[in-house]
Design a protein around this ligand. Structure first.
Ligand SMILES: [Zn+2]
Length: 157
């Protein structure tokens, strides 16, 4: 993560948490996408910093060295409005910019099952197991980021 972040800020991640779908139309839409066929969930949950930030926050999720290129979709609840951000992947990392931290889901399009000629040739499809591996790696990466922040905070105080 980079951007103008308060030095004492701690990143907290609550995996699998979105707003109440009956109260937030954007999170209801995200939930719907999570359940859609052919969608691979890389991450979904609530990101928050203990202190605010200004400007645009750049979030980088490590996907592992095997993931060469392409892009993933990031659905972001921005105060109840759904934002769809296309995150580019390069050097094994997906990078995207956010203007606020709130519930979001990082999604990729899975190869369709059922017919082998059915697979869309978009260049960013991969094996299913690979995506599950990436899911683990991206979660781990976020945890590492959070841990680093926490350590920094502990050292500074
Ligand atoms: Zn929401």
């Amino acid at each position: 993560m980079s951007g103008l972040i308060h030095p004492d800020a701690v990143l907290s991640i609550v995996t699998g948490q979105l707003h109440d779908p009956s109260l937030c139309p954007a999170c209801a839409a995200i939930r719907k996408r999570l359940g859609a066929e052919g969608t691979v969930i890389l991450f979904w949950g609530d990101l928050a910093l203990s202190h605010g930030f200004t400007g645009i926050l750049t979030v980088s999720i490590p996907l592992g060295p095997d993931y060469g290129g392409g892009s993933i979709s990031v659905l972001h609840c921005n105060g109840g409005k759904l934002e769809t951000i296309l995150a580019t992947v390069s050097g094994g990392r997906a990078t995207y910019s956010l203007s606020s931290l709130s519930p979001l889901a990082a999604l990729a399009q899975a190869p369709r099952t059922g017919g082998e000629d059915d697979i869309p040739k978009t260049g960013d499809t991969g094996c299913r197991w690979l995506w599950w591996l990436l899911l683990g790696l991206s979660g781990l990466g976020l945890l590492i980021l959070a841990g680093l922040n926490w350590q920094k905070r502990a050292r500074d105080s």
